[in-house]
Design a protein around this ligand. Structure first.
Ligand code: FAD
Ligand code: NAI
Length: 459
């Protein structure tokens, strides 16, 4: 019998599971409150941020790199509004593409906000909606400092920072995590002075310590300023600027800028959905609680993506959705949280999969480490990736790859080799004879594996 599925949220979790469920023969309804599909990722997240990272890098190359090889180009004109327009054109193309995909897959799309009116019963635009299965994919939103709320005028979240009409003279960034580093890179490349205030003792603390050290060096060389182990205790705005009072290891100090970006993490979105009326339990941080099967405490109601526990990443959201509907519709599937890659799209990029050195030490798991610097790789030298590296962590007893980090131009495109090795539980003996084309950055992947064996060829 045909199963019916209602999905709330049209981001990467919701729209991808809708397409997959429809392919598997389910009758699917997708409810999205926003005017366009694609959720945070396509509208105000992954896509626009990567567009600005790419475009701003052109300016960085022109201003700082071309002259090194004798190309003394002069910037004739820089029109930020055209950069923003091109970013919006790409976003529009992709969000419209999803509307087309929903139609093609015969998915009913309702534009409106869904809310529970009873257990397993939703209402949207005064229509009551019920189904065999309900999937909640309502995503996440920025966290704001409680004493200094985001207004998207001077006090920005990533959404406001992506939509600025002018390049800030001095951008203050609270939180040196992934959003901070990506947006800081964009505006530094476009000419802003950029200053970070980070609570922790190192930047991007969710990544390997080597990543933090390398990235802070690279960012400092570009003129970005960091205040670590520092918190903002007060913030105020004026017509044309912001002032922060900060407390660091050397006491209190004041920072002035024209904008401040708050990038201190994101929280699950459930307001408007009335989960309490649906009997849905949230955890202490506001995530919808699920079991390993992604089912909430209410039978037949599931949660996926940013609103469910786990890394807040688009591919995690989509793959969770695919695995869920494949399970529900009796199709074999594969999903393993351990295999979720994590990328920072700065220049160079940082890409990681599996465990970090800190994770392995914390769990007392004996390991061997292999590392290869990109300055010893021919293509790395050509690309100017002199601080980048590849690092692999190998289980001492099984010789299986446990984790890998790549800091390099195109690191996100190099990582899948290690993802496959981890997913297929490959030993490093199975990787080390892989013949990689020369000269490529990927040669450094195999060299790092060889290094773990004490068999480095080029280092
Ligand atoms: P969302 O994309 O947030 O979608 C949820 C949708 O549900 C929204 O469209 C919302 O309007 C809708 N909704 C909410 N409540 C209701 C309701 N009651 N009724 C109807 N609709 C509702 N991840 C990456 O993997 N790579 C990146 O490069 C990357 N870059 C990012 C850059 C930025 C600046 C940000 C902010 C995030 C980035 N992310 C990135 C994270 C990524 O965007 C999220 O992990 C991803 O969008 C989560 O997908 P989701 O479908 O769970 O939620
Ligand atoms: P984050 O968790 O990556 O970083 C937050 C940073 O803020 C941390 O370094 C933390 O120590 C610091 N911090 C927290 N509270 C603070 C305070 N009061 N004062 C100063 N510093 C403070 O969160 P971020 O950057 O907001 O991004 C949210 C999520 O969005 C990411 O975790 C990621 O899941 C997703 N994302 C993914 C991207 C990608 O895949 N490339 C790009 C952008 C976002």
């Amino acid at each position: 019998m045909t199963k019916s599925i209602v999905i709330v949220g049209g981001g990467p979790a919701g729209y991808v599971s809708a397409i997959r469920a429809s392919q598997l023969g389910a009758k699917v309804t997708l409810i999205e409150k926003g005017p366009t599909l694609g959720g945070t990722c396509l509208n105000v997240g992954c896509v626009p941020s990567k567009a600005l990272l790419m475009f701003s890098h052109y300016k960085h190359l022109l201003d700082h790199e071309f002259a090194k090889v004798g190309i003394d180009a002069q910037l004739k004109n820089f029109d930020f509004s055209r950069m923003q327009k091109e970013k919006s054109r790409i976003v529009e193309t992709l969000t419209q593409g999803i509307a087309y995909l929903l139609k093609k897959n015969k998915i009913r799309h309702i534009q409106g906000e869904a809310r529970f009116i009873a257990q397993k019963k939703l209402e949207v635009n005064e229509e009551v909606v019920e189904a065999d299965y309900i999937i909640l994919a309502t995503g996440s939103q920025p966290i704001s400092l409680p004493f200094f709320p985001i207004d998207e005028k001077r006090v920005l979240s990533s959404t406001g920072a992506l939509a600025l009409k002018e390049v800030p003279k001095h951008l203050l960034i609270i939180g040196a995590g992934v959003i901070g580093l990506e947006m800081g890179s964009v505006y530094r490349a476009l000419g802003s002075k950029v200053t970070f205030i980070e609570f922790f003792s190192r930047i991007v603390p969710s990544f390997d310590t080597d990543v933090s050290q390398t990235m802070i060096e690279i960012m400092k060389e570009r003129g970005i300023v960091f205040h670590l182990q520092t918190k903002v205790v007060k913030g105020s705005t004026s017509q044309d600027g912001v002032e922060l009072i900060c407390e660091g290891p050397d006491g209190q100090f004041t920072l002035d800028g024209d904008y401040v970006l708050q990038s201190i993490g994101r929280k699950p979105t459930t307001q408007g959905l009335s989960p309490e009326i649906g009997g849905i339990r949230l955890d202490s941080k506001g995530y919808i609680e699920t079991g390993l099967d992604l089912q909430t405490n209410v039978s037949g109601v599931y949660a996926i993506g940013d609103v469910a526990v786990g890394p807040m990443l688009a591919h995690k959201a989509s793959h969770e959705g695919i695995a869920l509907v494949e399970n529900l519709l009796q199709k074999s599937t594969h999903y393993n949280l351990f295999e979720v890659p994590n990328v920072i799209y700065t220049h160079p990029e940082v890409a990681h999969v599996g465990m970090t050195e800190e994770d392995l030490k914390k769990h007392n798991l004996p390991f061997k480490m292999g590392k290869f610097p990109l300055k010893a790789n021919a293509r790395g030298l050509v690309e100017g990736d002199l601080k980048g590296f590849v690092k692999v962590l190998v289980c001492q007893s099984t010789k299986r790859l446990m984790g890998a980090t790549v800091v390099s131009m195109h690191a996100s495109e190099m990582l899948p080799m290690f993802q496959l090795a981890i997913s297929k539980k490959m030993t490093i003996d199975e990787i080390k004879h892989l013949m990689i084309a020369h000269p490529t950055l990927s040669e450094a992947l195999v060299e790092a594996v060889l290094n773990a064996e004490g068999e480095s060829l080029h280092f």
